[in-house]
Design a protein around this ligand. Sequence first.
Ligand SMILES: *[C@@H]1O[C@H](CO)[C@@H](O)[C@H](O)[C@H]1NC(C)=O
Ligand SMILES: *[C@@H]1O[C@H](CO)[C@@H](O)[C@H](O)[C@H]1NC(C)=O
Ligand SMILES: [Cu+2]
Length: 252
Amino acid sequence: MIKVSLFTALLSALVVTVRGHGYVQDIVSGSTHYTGYLPYQDPYYNPPPQRIVRKIPGNGPVTDLTLIDIQCNGYTDGGAPGSAPAAIYATVAAGSQLKLNWTAWPDSHMGPMITYMARAPSDITKWSPGNAAVWFKVAESGKTSDGKWAATDLLTASNSIYTFTIPPKLKAGQYIVRHEIIALHAAYTYPGAQFYPSCIQIQVTGSGTALPTSFVSFPGAYTPTTPGIVYDAYTNTSAYPIPGPAVWTGGN
Ligand SMILES: *[C@@H]1O[C@H](CO)[C@@H](O)[C@H](O)[C@H]1NC(C)=O
Ligand SMILES: *[C@@H]1O[C@H](CO)[C@@H](O)[C@H](O)[C@H]1NC(C)=O
Ligand SMILES: [Cu+2]
């Protein structure tokens, strides 16, 4: 039974290599590594490994902005549409860096990298936001003035490690980190842009008291007419407008 499962996992891993795309495979806080949710291995174990990342169906994108899938790249599971909670969470100090290790990202999939957070009103291992407006943006990176994209140029230059800082004054508590790459290689029309979100569960520690006052929902934050959702990355030499609200700076 186990042998068959591992064989299946290895076969799937080969398929991954062929299809490209990607997901966050490892999360590093200080010297602690947390393995991400591994869609081509974890489902074959019984019991499945406990992860801090909410489960994803695979390495492919979401393209329909109206689906709950745009939240965590999840799907209806156990009564928690779109983002079935994961079993555990990482503990991270406010003001510290979180490093997200992506699987090898295809060069063709140029686009921005964006990170949101949502404060869990109750036990994060049981909470799913649904359509509620709970998300605030904490980091974004698009196209530099000399034409370098967060993904793939900058991501590849940093060994596939994306780094962002937990706002230093953010109030302690449990949060979902929603991190995504938006691949723009087919974004000259809608649907076209490919969304690769991941939801990571963390417990923020510290003595800060700051909380944002303005929030967006997923689905909701992006529509086909939101700047940056339709964009011809091959021909458009002007600045790229990163979709979504401004980065919250009240926790700095
Ligand atoms: C990213 O994760 C992969 C798979 O676990 C690992 O082989 C690689 O060394 C990690 N990269 C870094 C820079 O830690
Ligand atoms: C380039 O992108 C910007 C921002 O989305 C847009 O306003 C502009 O119309 C685009 N330019 C062309 C030539 O499509
Ligand atoms: Cu792809």
